[in-house]
Design a protein around this ligand. Structure first.
Ligand code: SAH
Ligand code: SF4
Length: 349
């Protein structure tokens, strides 16, 4: 019989399962607390009797994310982890320090099915979904490494979160649970390439997270060149979903826009984008594209970035050029893993 994934269980589910095993009521909160503080084995749960620890170990397994590689940016202290999962698959997380505390960018899948041409993860194909517990374990491992608490989560690492919907929703409920990590949903962002039916589903969950949408183009023609998913749901459908989402949740939508020189960064593109986003409570995050896939995409220069942001601001939006943290350690999604699996070496500094 295969073991069950205990760290993906909610406290209610754990309490019901323990009651069915005839355990005392206080055991479930005790075990839940250990799990969410990062215990990697039942033997660490020193306030449980030995026979109970053994019994649990026969029935359940605890998901882990073990550090395979760690790279620290000499420029800004950003830390990039390559984690090994229980079946030997690898995912990445990036830890950033801001004035308000630590923020972690976690992965939600091993690989990704969406195949965006600028993305290192998209290039590797798809292996499997992560469990909710594996998403939590990335945070636990980083917290153990820094010896402190992480206050913000961004779901912007490897994978498309809305293509792993049920596990992602479960993760959000677990990470924000008072008895667990207790990270407020307002401190969590989720980034999607635009899986429209799931944006509507997420809207109905009533979770006050920040939704980020990777738009990267003002029209379908340009977007379809780099994002195959645009063939399924085009910009009109995505923006209609965003409008509904923002109206229902009263939350501002954050649009990601990777600026690629000569492709999507002209004044005309900025004006068209401003027009398309009209009526949506939006913030635009401009990201100079990182040429990780060898496609020859060049970053827009600083002058172009400023001019693009300026046009959007004049049209009434807030637009920021994202600080590229960890630029010396390839802290964009999928890059470290690609290097690792291609046999490249990283400094373990
Ligand atoms: N699958 C989700 C979340 C993970 S990707 C999504 O696509 O939104 C996180 C962000 O990094 C997305 O906005 C994605 O478009 C962006 N990204 C991927 N590769 C990039 C690159 N080479 N340069 C700049 N941004 C990139
Ligand atoms: Fe997947 Fe996001 Fe990369 Fe596109 S950008 S391939 S959706 S991880």
């Amino acid at each position: 019989m295969s073991k069950a994934d205990i760290k993906s269980m909610t406290l209610t589910e754990l309490s019901e399962a323990f009651a069915a095993l005839g355990l005392q009521k206080y055991r479930a909160p005790q075990v839940y607390k250990w799990l969410h503080e990062g215990a990697a084995s039942f033997d660490e749960m020193t306030n449980l009797p030995k026979d109970l620890r053994q019994g649990l170990n026969e029935k359940y397994y605890i998901a882990v994310a073990e550090t395979e590689l760690k790279t620290v940016s000499q420029k800004d202290g950003t830390v990039k982890y390559l984690f090994r999962l229980i079946d030997g698959e690898h995912v990445e997380s990036v830890l950033m320090k801001y004035h308000h505390g630590y923020s972690i960018c976690i992965s939600t899948q091993v690989g990704c099915k969406m195949g965006c041409t600028f993305c290192a993860t998209g290039k590797t194909g798809f292996a499997r979904n992560l469990t909710a517990s594996e998403m939590l374990s990335q945070i636990n491992s980083a917290e153990a490494d820094i010896g402190g608490r992480i206050s913000n989560i961004v779901m912007m690492g490897m994978g498309e979160p809305l293509d792993n919907y049920d596990n992602v929703i479960r993760f959000l409920r677990l990470a924000s649970s008072e008895e667990g990590m207790n990270i407020g949903l307002r401190h969590i962002s989720l980034s999607t390439c635009g899986i429209v039916p799931k944006i509507y589903a997420l809207m109905e969950e009533n979770l006050p997270i920040t939704l980020s949408v990777s738009l990267h183009a003002p029209n379908d023609e340009i977007r379809s060149e780099t994002m195959p998913v645009n063939g399924t749901w085009g910009i009109d459908e995505i923006l209609a979903a965003c409008k509904a989402y923002s109206e229902k949740t009263k939350r501002r939508i954050s649009f990601e826009y990777a600026m690629i020189s000569g492709r999507n960064d002209s004044d005309a593109c900025a004006h068209e984008l401003a027009k398309r986003l009209r009526g949506i409570h939006a913030h635009i995050n401009l990201i100079p594209v990182n040429d990780v896939t060898g496609t020859g995409f060049k970053k827009s220069n600083v002058e172009r970035q400023k001019r693009f942001a300026d046009i959007l601001e004049k049209a009434g939006y807030t637009a920021t050029v994202r600080r590229t943290l960890g630029s010396d350690i390839e802290a964009s999604c999928g890059q470290l893993k690609r290097k690792f699996t291609q046999g490249g070496q990283q400094n373990d500094s």
